[in-house]
Design a binder for this molecule. Sequence first.
Ligand code: NAD
Length: 264
Amino acid sequence: GMGLMKGRRGLIMGLANDKSIAWGIAKALADQGAELAFSYQGDALKKRVEPLAAQIGSDFLAECDVADEASIDALFHTIATRWDSIDFVVHAIGFSDKDQLRGRYAETTRDNFLMTMDISVYSFTAVARRAAAMMPRGGSMLTLTYYGAERVMPHYNVMGVAKAALEASVRYLAEDFGKDGIRVNAISAGPIKTLAASGIGDFRYILKWNELNSPLRRNVSQEDVGKSALYLLSDLGSGVTGETHHVDSGYHIVGMKAVDAPDI
Ligand code: NAD
C-alpha cells in the first residue's frame, strides 16, 4: 500500500466473518498501514474474528454488545488501556428480526421496531460520543447504510426506516463533532451476500436485479466498499462530512434502464 493510514489507529465494529463488509474495510485500512482494534458480538464470534484480525496484524480484540450501554463503556475502557487516542471508528452493525424482513412493513411489531432502531441506529450515536472523546486531534467515523432508506425496496421494511434514521443521525453527528475536526459519514452499499443479508427475503433476486439494472452492470464487492471507506477514513476525504456516499455500481441514479425498445 501507499501508507495512507500510517500511524493511524482505529476501531472496527461488526466483523463476523470473511464475508462481512467490515472485513473488506479492515483489509483496505490495514493495507495502508492502519493499526486496528476489533469488537465482536459475543464469545461465539471470537473464534471467527481472532484469526481474521491476526491475518492483518492485529491481536487487539474486545467483546461488545451494542444493545448494552455497559458493554459499550467496557469496550472503550479496554481501548483506552492500550491507546490514549484513536483516529477512526467503523460501525458496520445492524439487526432486525428476520421474520419481519419479508412481507409487509405494516406488520412490524413495536418490540422489533424498537430493537431494530436500538441496535441499528442508536448504537452508532452511542459509539460516536465515546469515540469522539478519544479523538483530541480530530478523526473520522463511518457507518453502513442501504438504499432502502431512500426508496422502498422489497422486504427491507423496518430496516429501511432504521437506515433513514441512521442517515439523519450521521448529519446531526457531523454537525456536533465538526468543530472538533471529526468527520462523520455513511457508505450506502449495494447488496452484498453476507450473514446479515441472508436474513432478507428474496435476497438472491435483489442481487440479480441490481446486477442487471445498475449502470456498471455488476454488483459491488466488500473490496469496493473497502476502497471507498479508505477514502472517507483517510485524509483523502478531509473535506467530506455528513455525507451518505453510494457505493452501489450507480444503482441509486437509475430511473429506468435503457434496453432495446420493444415494439409498442
Ligand atoms: P454481517 O452479518 O457480516 O455484519 C453484521 C454485524 O452486526 C455482525 O458482525 C454482527 O455481529 C453485528 N451485530 C448485530 N447485532 C449486534 C449487537 N447487538 N452488538 C454488536 N454487534 C452486533 O453483515 P454485513 O452485511 O457486513 O453488515 C454490516 C453493515 O452493512 C450493516 O449495518 C448492514 O445493514 C450494512 N449493509 C449491508 C448490505 C449488504 O447487502 N450486505 C448493504 C448495505 C448496508
